[in-house]
Design a protein around this ligand. Structure first.
Ligand code: HEM
Ligand SMILES: *[C@@H]1O[C@H](CO)[C@@H](O)[C@H](O)[C@H]1NC(C)=O
Ligand SMILES: *[C@@H]1O[C@H](CO)[C@@H](O)[C@H](O)[C@H]1NC(C)=O
Ligand SMILES: *[C@@H]1O[C@H](CO)[C@@H](O)[C@H](O)[C@H]1NC(C)=O
Ligand SMILES: *[C@@H]1O[C@H](CO)[C@@H](O)[C@H](O)[C@H]1NC(C)=O
Ligand SMILES: *[C@@H]1O[C@H](CO)[C@@H](O)[C@H](O)[C@H]1NC(C)=O
Ligand SMILES: *[C@@H]1O[C@H](CO)[C@@H](O)[C@H](O)[C@H]1NC(C)=O
Ligand SMILES: *[C@@H]1O[C@H](CO)[C@@H](O)[C@H](O)[C@H]1NC(C)=O
Length: 494
């Protein structure tokens, strides 16, 4: 069945976000009918490698920096195929918080983890290139010496080359349409795109790429392909007398742990000067999509939360929150269950819940929140979850006319905060496709307008669209609201 993209992303919380594209693991967008022979999981892994493979350890250039998105790189013979954009970068959803390169790395890690592979450490912080990198992806007709040299330039030894190729080639295969001299027309209705797979389990991570090779039963088209000049896996796998491949064939555990470490290194290979974060692990309990709105004397709080690795469908959630006067309040939230997303191998599941909005004292405000989930405190080991209520969308904002857009956005600013700037944020992309935020400063009010005893209003007329978040600079630090408020403008009183 064809599942439209927007439906997956917006409504089907059982397959949240990009995980929808690799669950099941033979899903191939946009041809979602099983039996295409291709998979998004394989394309995501190949994309991460091809993006990284331009790295040069000597001069620090290239690496995982999303330079693969440039048409010039894609048009190179070394990047043959169409797996880099439409079912990859275009669906991964980079945004102002997550670079394109970070989404490519995350997608490769998720493909392994979701499709039978080991857990792989993930770091963030990759920076998107502003142009193509120097060519450098190995091609199957290249000599063994040239492959060894290419991997050395990328920062990998010969043994690591054998291993990394085996890890990647646990997924996917070679397409007849791209390599007709390697793969014949398979004429197979269960493999419509005629992809000869590297092993018999092409959407599952396992050591069959090694065990079938060692047993001599492999169908790997880069080992037994029709054009021997292009049998690069045969030359690479055999280059140490089969020692590495034999060790993987004998030990699925060794293969998995080797791939976990090498794939992490692959996605962490970045241009010199880029600093990656510490390893990021999922929070056990994560508030998401939070929105705080000032409505006269009240604040209205809405949001979702995600509970990691649970199958519990009957959570009782209490939110505890501190106000500006130092008092702690609590409210029992009524979670509406949105769905669960489970890995195919069921190592983890995540349950998503939506909160009914709740209203509290908009003068006392909110500084910090904690949650009690079935009686267990979720407070990030005492840190809690900080909430900014310095600058908020005010429900007094209103729409004069939808077409053409004419509206007044009212921004509630907490008295005493004294921002040096308030601005509207428009999330967009620059000329090279990188996510960026355009800031439009708002003039301070000529005379104070009180929203309530704790907040004043800054107003600005909108004439282009309503899709803005609100930003402010306070003591040199930037803060911003999360949601654009396009949907909640009331009509202006006439
Ligand atoms: C000497 C090094 C390598 C060579 C010559 C090579 C060559 C190839 C070729 C010719 C294809 C077929 C592409 C197509 O028909 O769509 C392919 C597919 C693939 N490669 Fe490699 N590869 C190498 C290393 C790697 C590495 C290091 C990884 C990842 C760690 C990797 C991951 C993949 C994946 C996942 C596919 C399947 C793509 C799909 O089915 O859509 N390759 N490779
Ligand atoms: C990607 O999608 C666009 C828009 O549908 C289409 O024009 C283009 O040909 C596609 N590119 C590839 C490589 O399939
Ligand atoms: C095999 O590949 C080599 C290297 O690309 C090429 O020169 C040759 O023409 C190919 N052979 C056939 C039969 O297509
Ligand atoms: C593919 O299979 C069909 C039906 O069996 C047959 O008529 C056709 O000749 C085959 N084509 C090739 C290229 O093998
Ligand atoms: C590696 O193993 C394969 C499969 O058993 C065999 O065909 C090949 O000759 C071996 N290569 C080396 C270098 O020993
Ligand atoms: C996930 O939950 C299962 C079942 O409760 C538990 O056995 C497992 O240890 C948990 N895994 C992690 C990484 O927390
Ligand atoms: C929640 O608030 C009520 C009323 O203020 C208080 O009696 C109760 O002890 C609080 N519960 C918790 C768990 O803090
Ligand atoms: C905003 O637009 C309204 C309606 O057109 C108008 O009455 C008001 O004067 C405008 N305010 C500013 C500051 O331009």
């Amino acid at each position: 069945m064809f599942i439209p993209f927007f439906f997956i992303l917006l409504y089907n919380r059982d397959r949240v976000g990009i995980s929808a594209f690799i669950a099941p693991c033979d899903f191939f967008f946009p041809d979602a009918n099983a039996g295409s022979g291709r998979s998004d999981a394989a394309d995501w892994i190949r994309t991460a490698y091809h993006d990284m493979a331009t790295h040069n350890v000597n001069d620090g250039t290239g690496g995982l920096d999303a330079s693969i998105r440039f048409a010039e790189e894609q048009s190179r013979p070394e990047n043959i195929g169409d797996g880099f954009i439409n079912n990859t970068i275009n669906v991964l959803g980079a945004n102002r918080y997550v670079s394109i390169a970070d989404t490519i790395a995350l997608a490769a890690v998720m493909a392994f983890e979701n499709c039978g592979g080991p857990e792989i450490s993930y770091r963030g912080g990759r920076v998107d290139a502003d142009g193509p990198n120097t060519p450098g992806v190995p091609e199957p007709q290249d000599s063994l010496d040239s492959h060894i040299a290419a991997f050395a330039r990328q920062g990998f030894t010969q043994t690591e080359m054998i291993s990394l190729v085996a890890c990647g080639h646990s997924f996917g295969g070679v397409q007849h349409s791209l390599f007709p001299d390697v793969v014949p027309d398979l004429n197979d209705t269960t493999n419509r795109l005629s992809v000869q797979h590297f092993d018999s389990t092409f959407v599952t991570f396992d050591n069959k790429v090694a065990s079938e090779y060692i047993a001599g039963t492999t169908g790997n088209p880069l080992v037994v392909g029709l054009n021997d000049t292009k049998n690069s896996d045969k030359r690479i796998f055999g280059s140490d007398g089969n020692a590495t491949m034999l060790s993987f064939a004998n030990s699925p555990e060794l293969f998995a742990s080797t791939c976990a470490s090498l794939i992490a290194r692959m996605v962490d290979t970045v241009p010199r000067g880029v600093e990656l974060t510490e390893i990021i692990t999922p929070l056990p309990f994560k508030p998401a999509n939070l929105q705080l709105i000032l409505d006269g004397d009240n604040m209205v709080f809405t949001g979702d939360f995600r509970v990691w690795n649970t199958t519990d469908t009957s959570l009782v959630v209490m939110m505890l929150y501190d106000d500006h006067a130092g008092a702690t309040h609590n409210t029992t939230l009524a979670p509406r269950r949105l769905g669960t997303s489970f890995a195919i191998n069921a190592r983890y599941g995540a349950a998503w819940y939506g909160l009914d909005s709740f209203t509290f004292d908009g003068v006392a405000g909110i500084k910090n929140m904690r949650f009690s989930v079935n009686g267990k405190l979720e407070d990030q080991d005492g840190i809690g979850f900080a909430v900014q209520d310095s600058v908020l969308f005010s429900q007094s904002s209103c729409l004069f006319s939808p077409h053409p857009v004419s509206a007044r956005i009212d921004i509630a600013v907490r008295n005493g905060v004294n921002p040096s700037r308030i601005y509207l944020e428009h999330a967009t992309t620059d000329s090279t496709g990188r996510p960026t935020v355009i800031e439009t400063d708002i003039a301070p009010p000529t005379q104070p307008i009180a929203a309530n005893s704790a907040y004043s209003i800054w107003s600005h007329n909108l004439t282009d669209n309503l899709f803005y978040t609100i930003g402010a600079e306070i003591n040199g630090a930037k803060i911003s609201t999360w949601a654009n408020n396009a949907g909640i403008f009331h009509s202006c009183p006439t």
